[in-house]
Design a protein around this ligand. Structure first.
Ligand code: CA
Ligand code: CA
Ligand code: CA
Length: 417
């Protein structure tokens, strides 16, 4: 009896299963596939565009090393993957004006592993570009952008685009008209390394961790202009040996720019930071080192040059380094003009300043008699006493005593090298 029940149950299950098979399951979507391209070997195609045309949405086009003299139109969502940037070259055969080597118009495209070249022209108003992105949610990573004449590397519109870990060489670098986007960890050798266009969009974007070097004596590493607030953060970049490291503002009327510039190393440029006709710019925790002119201000520009008395302002290599209270900020303001002042100039470059040698009370990169003197001045005090100084309570036990002095003594003579 029990056996029979079990059999009926199994039969019922089987019937149910058949019903699900007949009515419940949609036809399976075809699995994404990979199409291969090789210019001189066996593959699905010899030309990249033929593979793009054949591909379905979500497919991958994998391109073996070689040289491909094509201009590409990426008008569907695919992963376009090269065998390696040094060995997989897409070179524009088009030497006309406004030529584009790779044109991405679809969303959710990824492009990586290529060297993308453009021959360009010498007509500045019709500049060719190696890459033109008008789609959104694209990922452009690990490519080399190389130009042969007057041409730009990448022109980005759309939104939520990521341009990361690329090598960029061009007469122009990255034209950022894309909102909610990230330009990060690129090595850029191009006049106008990263700049925004003539549309003056609020960009809400981040320019982070890039190395921008050797533009030339006239051009900026990063240029952001607008007639509206841009909402752009420029952080942790190294800008070295350019005409201008940063060129921010408006060419015409005073604009509230909404740009934050923090934790950048700005070194050996003709001008470190140029502000033109702008307000609402916050500039702090940057290292301004050996720029011929550290700052150039025009048109009543006003910036906030420090973040207050806890984490302070910027490091100025030509500053006056005297800190008698041990807060790590110089006794002397950095006055740029009547409207612009860094109230808390850092005693050392920011990377050191935030993590100094123990016992380096004034954060001047050495533990010496000056540090000892600052501690000695408040020796024997605790909160409430007139000579109490929280900066020299190194072990944070609410008294300045032998333990704090011992910490300085332990590291005495150490110099950051
Ligand atoms: Ca001080
Ligand atoms: Ca010191
Ligand atoms: Ca203490």
């Amino acid at each position: 009896m029990e056996h029979k029940v079990t059999s009926s149950f199994i039969v019922a299950l089987f019937l149910l299963g058949s019903l699900i098979l007949s009515f419940g399951i949609k036809p399976a979507k075809s699995k994404p596939r990979t199409w291969t391209v090789d210019d001189d070997g066996p593959a699905d195609f010899m030309r990249i565009q033929d593979a793009i045309n054949a591909a379905g949405i979500g497919d991958t086009v994998f391109v073996y090393n070689g040289t491909y003299n094509e201009c590409l139109d990426v008008n569907k969502t695919i992963n376009l993957l090269g065998n390696g940037a040094e060995i997989t070259r897409i070179a524009s055969p088009d030497v006309g004006l406004d030529a584009v080597t790779v044109n991405i118009t679809a969303n959710n495209v990824s492009l990586s592993g290529f060297e993308i070249e453009t021959y360009g022209s010498f007509e500045p108003l019709h500049m060719p570009w190696a890459l033109d992105v008008t789609g959104s949610n694209t990922m452009i990573a690990n490519n080399i952008f190389e130009r042969w004449a007057y041409a730009g590397a990448a022109k980005l519109s759309g939104s939520h685009n990521t341009f990361t870990e690329n090598e960029v060489y061009g007469a122009r670098g990255i034209l950022l008209n894309s909102t909610f986007s990230v330009i990060s960890y690129n090595n850029i050798t191009a006049a106008y390394g990263v700049f925004n266009g003539e549309l003056w969009l609020p960009l809400s974007s981040v320019i982070f961790g890039n190395n921008i070097r050797y533009t030339n004596m006239y051009y900026p590493a990063i240029a952001m202009f607008g007639s509206v607030g841009l909402n752009v953060t420029i952080a942790d970049n190294t800008m070295e040996s350019n005409g201008y490291a940063l060129d921010l503002g408006s060419l015409t009327t005073l604009v509230s720019l909404n740009v934050t510039v923090m934790e950048n190393v700005i070194r050996d440029n003709s001008v470190g930071i140029r502000l033109r006709n702008c307000t609402d710019v916050a500039i702090f925790h940057n290292d301004l080192i050996n720029n011929t002119n550290q700052v150039e201000l025009t048109g009543s520009s006003v910036a906030q040059w420090d973040k207050g008395n806890v984490t302070g302002g910027n490091y100025w290599s030509d500053g006056v380094f005297l800190d008698t209270d041990g807060d790590g900020f110089s006794n002397y303001y950095r006055t740029l003009d009547s409207l612009n002042r860094d109230l808390y100039p850092l005693m050392s470059p920011y990377w050191y300043w935030k993590n100094p040698i123990a016992g380096d009370v004034n954060r001047d990169m050495r533990v010496d008699i000056k540090d000892l003197a600052i501690v000695a001045k408040s020796y024997g005090t605790y909160p409430g006493l007139p000579k109490w100084n929280p900066y020299v309570d190194l072990n944070k036990d609410d008294k300045v005593d032998i333990k704090d002095l011992a910490l300085v003594a332990k590291h005495y003579g150490e110099v950051y090298a």
